[in-house]
Design a binder for this molecule. Sequence first.
Ligand code: OOB
Length: 537
Amino acid sequence: MTTTPHLDGFVPFDPALAAGYKSEGFWEGVTLGSLLRTAAQKWPSKIAVKDAVPLTYEQLDVAADGMAAGLVELGISPGDRVVLQLPNTPEFVVVLFGLLRAGAIPVLCLPAHRAAEIGHLAELSGAVAYVIPETAAGFDYRELARTVQTRVATLEHVLVLGDPAEFTSLLDVPRDPRPLPEPDPSDLAVLLISGGTTGLPKLIPRTHDDYAYNARASAEVCALTPDDTYLVALPAAHNFPLACPGILGTIVTGGALAFTADPSPENAFATIERHGVTVTGLVPPLAQLWTAATEWEDADLATLRLLQVGGARLPEQPAREITPALGAQLQQVFGMAEGLLNYTRLDDDLELVAKTQGRPLSPADEVRVVDLAGNDVAPGAEGELLTRGPYTIRGYYRAPEHNARAFTPDGFYRTGDLVRQLQSGHLAVTGRIKDVINRGGENVSCDELEEHLIAHPAVRAAAAVGIADAMLGEKVCAALVVDSEMPTLAEIKTFLTGRGLAAFKLPDSVVQAHDLPVTPVGKIDKRALAAQLAGTT
Ligand code: OOB
C-alpha cells in the first residue's frame, strides 16, 4: 500500500545505482518545472518562443505560473494525471509547464491518437483531466473528448484551446500566480507513450531527475547555445522533439523555440527562413522529402546548422545527400521513449554519420548486445540491444506482467532492436525482433492492430506485417483469413477508424490469405509471411 496513488505501479530506479547517478552529477535534483524558472532568471528578456506574438523567457515563465495556479484552482492536485493532446503551438509549452508546476503528471499523447488510444491511456493512468485543441488538421477533438468521457470514469475536466463548446476554455484557466509546493525530483514527472511492443500502448514513467538529465545532456551533445532556434516539427509530445534536446533542451540552454504543425517543406522552409531556425529533428521520410524539396523550394535555409534524423533507420544513401542539399550537418539519433539515446557526434567523421545510428549519450549508459539465449555476442556481431542507465526506465507504468518480460531480472530494458556495436561504441541498427512495424518513424504494434482486425465480423485470423517501402521504410500490410467475403482496404480502414484507431496504424494494404504460415511452436511465422507478401503487394 502506498499513500501516493500516482506512484502505484511505478518501478523506481535501483537505490544503489540511483545514488551513483546523483553523486556523479547526472541527476542534479531539479524538477522539470524549475528548468524554465532558472532560464527565466538567467535570460528574462531573451525570446523563448518565436511566433506571431513572441514570448520572452520572463513572459513564458509568468504564463506557466498563471496556468499552474488556475489548474490548482480547478482542483488539479499534485500527482494527478492529465492527458495532454495539443498540437505544435506555444500553448503546448505553457500548459506543459503549468501542469508540471501544479505537480500534475502530463500524459503526453499525440494529436493522431483517437478514442481507442486516448480512452485506454486515460483509463490506465486514471486521468482527471484532458487538454485538447478545439479542432486541428480538420478533426474536432471535442467529439473525441465526448467519447472518452463516457468511457473514463475518473475524467472530471476537459480543457479546450479555442471554442470549448460545453467544456472549459483554456483561456479561462489562468489565475494570479501563487507559490506552489515543488515536487520531489526523484518523483514521476511525465508519462510518455510507448510505440508499442505487445498489445495496447504502454505508459512510460519518466522522473524529473532522469528527464532533466536527458534534455541537458542532449543539448550538450548538440552544442546548443542561447543563439540557437529549435524548430518543433515532429509532434511536440514525442520524446524526440520534447527532450532530445527539443523543447526542454532548448529551454535549459536559453535558446528560442519555433513551432510548425505542418512539417511539409513548403511550410517548414518558410518557418526556418522567418525565424532563423538553426536546429530541428525529423523522421527519415521527412528528411528525404526536405532533401528532395530543395530542388523546387527556393527558401533560404542558411541558418540551419544541424538536422537530427531519427525514429526509424535512415538508409546510407539519403544520409549522404542531406548535407549537400540542405547545408546542415546531419546527426543520426537512435532513441526510444523508454530512455536510451544514441547520437552521432558533431565531430564524428562522415562515414560514422552516414553508416551508424550514433553512440550512447551518457558515460553511465550500459549497453549489452545479446543472442537469443541472452548471452553477450562477440564484439561487432549482431544481437538484441539491452540497456540500463541514468535515464532509462526500470518498468512501464502499471504493467507488472509485461515488465517481467520486457526487463531482465537485473533491470536491463530489452529494446527488441537488433544492432551491431562498433569499437567506437557506435551502434548500427540492423533489424528488430519485436513485433512492431516502423512506418516512417511511427511504431505500429502488430498485436494491437491484429486485435482490432479480428473484431471484424468477416475476419477469422489476421496478421500485420511490414512491407519494405522506399519512402517510409515499411508499410503496413494486413493478411486476413476470412469466413465470408473479403473486405476491401477501404472497408477495413473505415471499420478500424470506427473503432477509434489512430490513422497512422491503418493498413496500407490488405491481402486475403487461406491460412497463415506458422513456426514450429505454432506462432504465426511473420518472417515467412512477409517474404510471401513481398511479391504480392
Ligand atoms: C523514438 O522513440 P520511440 O519510442 O517512438 O520509438 C523507439 C523505437 C526504437 O526502439 C527503434 O525500434 C526505433 O524506434 N528507432 C530507430 C531509430 N530511432 C528509433 N530504428 C532505427 N534507427 C533509428 N535511428 O523513435 C525516438 C526517441 C528519441 C529520439 C529519437 C527517436
